[in-house]
Design a protein around this ligand. Structure first.
Ligand code: CA
Length: 254
């Protein structure tokens, strides 16, 4: 169960959304304007916000900007509801840190699955500074070491930070501006090609695991897990084994 704030002014969509979210076991709160949304998050923090782009009083972009610049609200995942042909606004949405978007008319099934994916990622306990294994990749943050298929590769501190940032937000597009801010701690008026150069180098170093770093044309990068044939209940796109190490290993043949 998640508390979802729905910011949508179209009555029909409100009804469909609230019905389906409740069916999916969530608690839906409906507001119609950007001002209401901002006022609401000031008093109670939702687990996720569904944000329409075209609101009667202000643009969803401005609402997203306000949310993502507030220390108390920036961590709340935002899914933008956009109409077809709002290509540029989508990009702007990501520049502002929106976590995903769906294009109207969307299927409720698609929307619900996207929401589940974001919520599940969010509820995964923080992996902290421990060792993380993802498919062919193994990252030891504390020890500053990275392995691909068991072979260690050498990364600079910055490359490691870039890799970890993308990995932590796997499945979500990260714009160059966001990466500059998070990894380089620089504002986006610095040449964003810096990001491209470093991602390229990181990919080369990762070799066979470089494919995890996907380029999203016109937007940025995404850590991707390949085909969605998961069997371990996680949404990382990589089949098992379970994180608790209880996986049954095939018997070793002498
Ligand atoms: Ca609208």
């Amino acid at each position: 169960m998640a508390r979802i704030l729905v910011v949508e002014d179209e009555k029909d969509l409100q009804d469909v959304l609230s019905y389906n979210l409740r069916q999916a076991g969530h608690e839906a709160t409906l507001v119609e304007t950007g001002q209401e949304a901002l006022a609401r998050v000031g008093t109670e923090t939702p687990d996720l916000i569904l944000l329409d782009l075209m609101l009667p009083d202000m643009s969803g972009i401005d609402v997203c900007r306000a949310l993502k610049s507030g220390p108390a609200t920036r961590h709340i995942p935002v899914v933008m509801l956009t109409a077809k042909g709002e290509e540029i606004d989508r990009v702007v949405g990501f520049e502002l840190g929106a976590d995903d978007y769906v294009v109207k008319p969307y299927s409720m099934r698609e929307l619900t699955l996207r929401l589940q994916a974001i919520l599940r990622r969010r509820s995964t306990p923080a992996e902290g500074n421990g060792v993380v294994t993802f498919g062919r990749l193994r990252i030891d943050r504390e020890g500053h070491r990275v392995w691909v298929d068991g072979g260690e590769i050498g990364l600079t501190a910055l490359e490691l930070r870039l890799l970890c940032t993308l990995h932590d937000r796997r499945g979500r597009v990260q714009s160059r501006a966001v990466l500059l801010d998070e990894v380089w701690r620089m504002s986006s008026d610095v040449n964003t090609r810096t990001v491209d150069t470093h991602v390229k180098r990181l990919r080369e170093k990762l070799g066979d695991a470089g494919g995890y770093l996907e380029t999203v044309r016109g937007v940025g990068y995404r850590f991707t897990g390949g085909p969605p044939d998961d069997d371990d209940g996680s949404d990382d796109g990589v089949p098992g084994p379970p994180r608790d190490g209880s996986a049954k290993k095939p018997p070793k043949t002498p």
